[in-house]
Design a protein around this ligand. Sequence first.
Ligand code: HEM
Length: 339
Amino acid sequence: MAVSVVLCLLAFGLVITAHASTPELGLNKTCIDEPEVTLQVGLYDESCPTAELIVSSWVQKAVEEDPRMAASLLRLHFHDCFVNGCDGSVLLEDTADFVGEKTAPPNLNSLRGFEVIDDIKAQLELVCPQTVSCADILAIAARDSVALSSGPRWEVPVGRKDSLFASYETAASHLPSPASNVTALVGAFQDVGLTLADLVALSGAHTIGKAKCSSFSSRLSIGTGSLRGDPEFLQSLLMLCYPSTSISTAMADLDLKTPTAFDNQYYINLLRGEGLLVSDEMLVENEVTQAIVELYAANCDIFLQDFAKSMVRMGSLAKRQEGEVRVNCRFINYNNIIH
Ligand code: HEM
């Protein structure tokens, strides 16, 4: 008991220090260029006063029709921001000039929610044409998805521009693998300008949503890996994923106890050896990340606050580049296409 109190205090100190020492907006200046545009809360107050309301109502409708959509929209924003910053590049279809991000291995047959973003964009174009970027829609929709799942609500700074290109290669190389260890995970976060503290807080997004058996099959190599894990939990995953000799296309909840609630159950699961992905379970295989996991498992409020702060930092990742406000999130505007 005393040890865990000490660990919690230590971890609390770590989180505070990590958050306090990260440069403003979480940008690591050796890795990320200054953003071209300054993000600002309330930027659409005059140009499109109903923008947030429109996004919220469409997200709510989509989640009512398909509760998993909250998780899928949250992940879409993450996969956008980790590839050349939050610029809506993940939404672009392939063109003659580039192969987009949708078919990169971390995204293919996995990312969902594109139609929801299309619907929101179409509605916004009717009300305030070419005003609200697709990248901002992703950021607001991610916030609303978390809030709708009983998670925290935060103010979303807006003003992102949509990119004129997308990169299959960067998506394939910059999005962390679910088989990663902590060194690789921290490296992937630092590459984009985020910290170890952001990694542990943002991994808490896995308190909602699902993963395919193929995403965690290496978690099931009992006896061959050094991973600890609850034997009953692993057995239930084996039964789900290997009803016969070949792997099934089934999906498992990332948080087996409260799969649709945005709470700190994910961290409690990790301490019990019930993290679904290898990358989840690895957070308790390293003493620094484990101390933060213990803190979040013990104190939900601290987790929710840190998650919201880290989401704002992730949502502020940007690259200096030309941008626009796309009319259709899947395509660059006609006047910006190189003919
Ligand atoms: C730390 C590194 C991370 C890794 C390795 C990782 C990996 C994965 C994988 C493999 C899946 C399942 C995909 C599938 O089977 O189709 C998944 C799902 C998900 N991830 Fe992550 N993820 C990470 C961080 C994050 C972050 C930072 C967020 C958001 C802030 C996030 C949000 C989600 C959500 C909500 C789902 C469920 C999506 C759904 O049900 O459609 N993940 N992640």
